[in-house]
Design a binder for this molecule. Structure first.
Ligand SMILES: Cc1cc2nc3c(=O)[nH]c(=O)nc-3n(C[C@H](O)[C@H](O)[C@H](O)COP(=O)(O)O)c2cc1C
Ligand code: SF4
Ligand code: SF4
Length: 427
């Protein structure tokens, strides 16, 4: 049986599944129930200066799929709206009662050294295992000079991280905002400031939809709205790429990463871990489905690890990083061709329409002797773009078959067709 326990940036947890700083972690009642359900740790809902901020009503909206499944989730909530004293008291008690679980305290304070110097000893006194710096909240707090307003300025990221390392002995995790052009820049700044780890992503600036009767975006507050933070399944690809960018960057390689963004099952978690995350954090999936989802996550991950022969999380952490490269290093001689399994095909014609209208006109629509339809790939025309496979409603019906070109690996920097080959670095 695989060992799911982790040792992340000096913080121990019985499994890599942590609840991200958000409503699921905003009070002892929730956190205790989460620990009872089996979560390995929590990042407590972000604490800030008293008096705590006041939230508006309503606060959430969603981007729905055709069957009303929530593809993406959006919120305009602020940091904790409970007093610092109550939060610190509850954190102390919960950590005392659950010593084996990771207790990380998320913090957001102004860019002023005295504020950090004041709060850090109070947090350390709770017995918490680490702190996470919320440099990512994209709404409300940036207007007050905090959250994403800090995360978008590498100098501030480095400066505050340094203060935290100076005034507190706990591991410091810097939570990054994705609302930035190059995620590697704040990650490097966090490392320069002495961060023990970075976590990402926080939410993405977004408007999920417009109420066309009222002519106002959602979520609606009176007759107005504002942009919110996007999260949930839809942001997973963005988060995975940002995690990979930091894992691949020679300047930050080896820096512990806590992966966040759209994680809803064990497979999502395994993907983040494969790209270098040593722990994973979940918010939206827990908000939509409750704390019990952690059962499937732990069970599924451990079963999959057993089938792969991975005894611990460290055994496959970062295993997909070396294969994640720049476009110019991809093999120009590699070729796949679509193949349709006629026994599985239901003759819906979607692949034909997709390839005919927008790809390479590589699927033939034939009329059979029985006046039925049959779809066949024209192998010599197919460029192996995957579009037909993606459009096909029958899983496994279209497969992409690698061809043996007989040619060796050759990337774009080596390709004679590259007019600037001499200017590009050789791999
Ligand atoms: C309602 C709500 C409130 C949140 N509040 C915080 C917060 O106080 N501090 C923080 O660092 N992140 C906050 N987040 C962001 C989450 O911690 C997480 O980074 C983000 O939701 C992406 O993860 P997910 O796709 O699993 O939801 C909040 C998210 C939601 C949905
Ligand atoms: S892989 Fe692309 S080019 Fe080939 S048949 Fe499918 S859609 Fe057409
Ligand atoms: S999309 Fe799939 S099921 Fe539909 S015709 Fe093409 S191969 Fe057959």
């Amino acid at each position: 049986m695989a060992d799911l326990s982790i040792h992340f940036a000096g913080i121990k947890a019985p499994n890599p599944f942590w609840l991200a700083s958000a409503p699921p972690t905003d009070k002892a009642y929730n956190v205790v129930r989460a620990f009872e359900a089996g979560w390995g740790g929590v990042v407590w809902k972000t604490l800030g200066e008293d008096p705590p901020p006041v939230n508006v009503s309503s606060r959430y909206s969603a981007h729905f799929g055709k069957n009303r499944e929530v593809i993406g989730f959006n919120n305009i909530e602020l940091i904790t709206d409970r007093s610092l004293e109550i939060n610190l008291r509850e954190i102390t008690q919960v950590k005392k009662d659950w010593p084996d679980r990771a207790m990380i305290v998320s913090l957001m304070y102004p860019c002023d050294e005295a504020s950090w110097k004041r709060i850090l000893p109070l947090v350390e006194a709770t017995g918490a295992d680490g702190i996470e710096l919320n440099f990512g909240c994209p709404h409300g707090m940036p207007e007050r000079g905090m959250g994403a307003a800090v995360g978008q300025v590498p100098e501030y990221v480095e400066m505050i991280t340094r203060w935290c390392k100076q005034y507190c002995s706990l591991p410091v995790i810097v939570k990054l905002t994705p609302n930035i052009t190059d995620i590697r820049v704040p990650a490097r700044a966090a490392l320069a400031g002495g961060a023990d780890a970075v976590s990402l992503i926080n939410t993405i600036n977004s408007i999920t939809s417009i109420d066309l009767e009222q002519m106002v975006a959602r979520p609606i507050v009176g007759h107005q709205s504002t942009h919110g933070g996007y999260c949930g399944s839809a942001v997973k690809p963005i988060a995975l790429n940002m995690v990979a960018e930091i894992a691949r960057d020679p300047a930050t390689r080896g820096l512990p990463l806590s992966g966040i963004g759209g994680i809803g099952n064990w497979r999502d978690a395994a993907e983040f871990i494969a790209l270098g995350a040593g722990s994973v954090q979940v918010c939206t999936a827990a908000m939509l489905h409750g704390f019990r989802i952690v059962h499937e996550m732990k069970d599924g991950l451990s079963r999959w690890m057993d089938t792969q022969g991975y005894a611990s999380i460290a055994d496959f952490c970062g295993k997909a990083v070396p294969q994640t490269t720049d476009w110019k290093y991809l093999d120009m001689n590699y070729q796949v061709i679509a193949h349709i399994n006629q026994d599985a095909c239901i003759q819906c014609g979607r692949c034909y329409v997709a390839c005919e209208d927008t790809s390479h006109q590589s699927i033939a629509q034939l009329i059979t002797a029985e006046n039925g339809r049959r779809y066949e790939v024209k192998a010599e025309e197919c460029v192996g773009c995957n579009l037909c496979q993606i459009t096909c409603p029958v899983e496994g019906c279209i497969s992409m078959v690698p061809q043996d070109s007989g040619k060796p690996y050759m990337n774009w920097t080596q390709d004679p067709r590259n007019p600037r080959a001499d200017l590009q670095s050789q791999s």
